[in-house]
Design a protein around this ligand. Structure first.
Ligand SMILES: [Zn+2]
Length: 472
């Protein structure tokens, strides 16, 4: 792989593209407000309303009706798909997916109403300001801006704003791939739900491009026992068996394993760190890695999750009466599996670790179905972005945030890219929205985005789309 080197010449090149004028900024602002104020939670919200609102904006701006579609499996879980026709069909389209739904938010937990778009203290507040309506707004604002400028991409560009990324039963990306593959089929996908710009107190540190994701898997550990009266206890106790099993899991760490993406991440992240952290990031790249550096780095949950597969107990359930010996004890163990390993492989590791015939370890699917064996399918191998994707990103990043390197990263959670990757469409997380690394509020209370970060993030996509899909 090759990366652009930062040269003085590169940094001195002035921004070649005009910054957004007031009308474009106002449009982005209004779209953002409109989206935040449409409740798209799973419980009572509707992504269809948000999808229709964005479709209307595009139609009002002159997009042909045939190219703008709102569709979904039911009337509350709609998706919006728009196709911008390119000047050539020689290459397969590029797809951008971005979810419309948001995590639940209670008014009583928040300082402001989560479904009101509030600007204060230099921030926009509201559910979805970080995850990820800021990018839904940015994408639609830029499609309208580019359309008004008469710009055409060099191949078809498809933008799909979708339902149920955060939960719910009607994941829009999955549904579109299964039922309308032609509508969104693409050479590769970009997903602003991953990647992004990392800042510290508003100062830009680096630009992340998500190039890999861990695989999510749940396991149910179960012990059963004939039980009996608790006045006549016996050593064979379902709760003790389960507790012993969880105790073994607590003390176990999966082996350290770096891949092309995480290795590059630490290589490029190290120079941005100071003192011990910098040394540790470099030391972990040595073969064999320095064990004390690995230990220190692993004490930070963010880095631990990059270094290995993790499995952690998340739920517990056992017994049926205070005066009865337990007949059943159960725990859920949630694993995040590194690329190259399958859920069945991890199930076998857990079984070997627990090593107790009284404890069964079964796989729990996303839909909640429990099975003796887990899928053999491995997490997708990490895919370093090709120069076609990376070079324009590095160019735009250098224009907008000189000196901030572009760093490939592995997502330790999971996003909708799991569906596009599963369908054979390589997928990368790209976003220009800067969030302070100590101000990540996605899914939390008082979610907010710095006002300047929003407008820069909107401008980023304008420049990146032109750089990526421009007719040179
Ligand atoms: Zn999200």
């Amino acid at each position: 792989m090759t990366f652009v080197r930062w040269t003085a010449a590169l940094l001195l090149v002035p921004a070649a593209l005009p910054a957004a004028d007031d009308a474009n900024r106002q449009l982005a602002h209004d779209l953002f407000q409109q989206l935040i104020e449409i409740d798209t939670t799973d419980s009572v919200g509707s992504t269809t309303k948000a999808a229709e609102a964005m479709a209307k904006r595009l139609l009002d701006a002159g997009f042909p009706a045939a190219d703008v579609k709102v569709l979904g499996p039911n009337d509350r879980r709609g998706n919006m798909v728009v196709r911008v026709h390119g000047t050539s069909t020689a290459q397969k389209p590029v797809l951008i997916i971005c979810h419309l739904d948001v995590v639940e938010a209670r008014r009583s937990d928040w300082t402001t109403d989560p479904f009101q778009f509030v600007e204060k203290d230099g921030y926009f507040y509201g559910r979805g300001t970080q995850d990820v309506k800021e990018n839904d707004a940015a994408l639609i604002a830029n499609l309208i801006r580019l359309h008004s400028e008469g710009w055409k991409p060099n191949r078809d560009l498809i933008v799909a704003l979708t339902a149920d990324e955060e939960g719910g039963k009607s994941n829009g990306v999955d549904w579109l791939l299964k039922t309308h593959r032609n509508l969104i089929d693409a050479a590769y996908a970009l997903n602003p739900d991953g990647g992004g710009v990392t800042s510290v107190k508003g100062k830009i540190v680096n630009v992340d491009i998500e190039a890999s994701e861990k695989l999510y898997a749940d396991y149910e550990l179960t012990t059963t026992n004939p039980g009996g009266h608790s006045s006549l206890p016996v050593p064979d106790n379902a709760i003790y068996h389960l507790a012993d099993a969880l105790g073994k899991l607590e003390k176990y760490a999966f082996p350290l394993e770096l891949n092309e993406v995480t290795r590059t991440y630490f290589e490029r992240r190290a120079p941005l760190e100071s003192a011990q952290m910098k040394d540790d990031m470099n030391a972990v790249l040595h073969i064999p890695p320095d064990p004390s550096a690995v230990m220190r780095l692993s004490s930070d949950p963010r880095y631990n999750a990059l270094l290995r597969t993790t499995c952690i107990a998340t739920r517990l359930n056992g017994g049926h009466a205070n005066n009865a010996l337990p007949q059943l004890a159960q725990a859920n163990v949630n694993c995040r599996i590194l690329p190259g390993h399958s859920p069945e492989e991890i199930r076998n590791v857990l079984a070997g670790l627990v090593n107790d015939p009284k404890v069964t370890i079964r796989f729990v699917s996303d839909a909640g179905a429990v099975s003796n064996n887990a899928p053999d399918k491995k997490a997708f191998p990490p895919l370093m972005p090709s120069p076609e994707i990376l070079k324009p990103l590095e160019r735009v990043a250098a224009e907008m945030w000189p000196g901030a390197p572009v760093i490939p990263e592995m997502e330790t959670g999971a996003s909708d890219s799991i569906y596009t990757m599963g369908a054979g469409i390589p997928s990368y997380g790209v976003s220009g929205m800067a969030i302070d690394q100590d101000d990540v509020r996605a899914h939390g209370k008082d979610e907010r985005l710095r006002v300047s970060s929003f407008y820069d993030g909107v401008e980023f996509f304008y420049r990146y789309l032109k750089a990526l899909l421009g007719n040179q």
